[in-house]
Ligand binder design. Structure first.
Ligand code: CU
Length: 113
């Protein structure tokens, strides 16, 4: 009798543990999905002053799906935070090039894991 009770206890614990682990994993996955933005660094050539950087930043911010953009005149880059379900580094780079005339290039291997 005691063995049976103990067995049920162990079984219950195992079930509870499985459930808990499953829940924890589900939450982890959800957390990942909720974190919807990615950051890419685009190479931007031709910026010569703060106005250029501001124009690049504005052009990147206008792209649908872009959450935030910073342009660095010194480094010749634009750091763009975007929603990967709405846009991608190539599209952002193309929009920058089209709207500002500065050649923007998306990183070749960034964010592809
Ligand atoms: Cu300028």
């Amino acid at each position: 009798m005691r063995t049976a009770v103990a067995a049920i206890g162990v079984l219950g614990l195992a079930v509870a543990l499985t459930w808990w682990t499953g829940t924890a994993q589900a939450q982890k996955t959800d957390g990942k999905q909720n974190q919807r933005t990615q950051i890419c660094t685009l190479k931007v050539s031709g910026m010569t002053c703060g106005g250029c950087a501001a124009a690049v930043k504005m052009a990147a911010n206008k792209v649908d799906g872009v959450k935030d953009a910073k342009a660095s005149l010194e480094k010749g880059t634009a750091e763009v935070t975007y929603d990967p379900s709405k846009t991608n580094p190539e599209a952002i780079a193309n929009a920058i090039t089209k709207n500002t005339g500065f050649k923007a290039e998306a990183p070749k291997k960034d964010n592809k894991r």
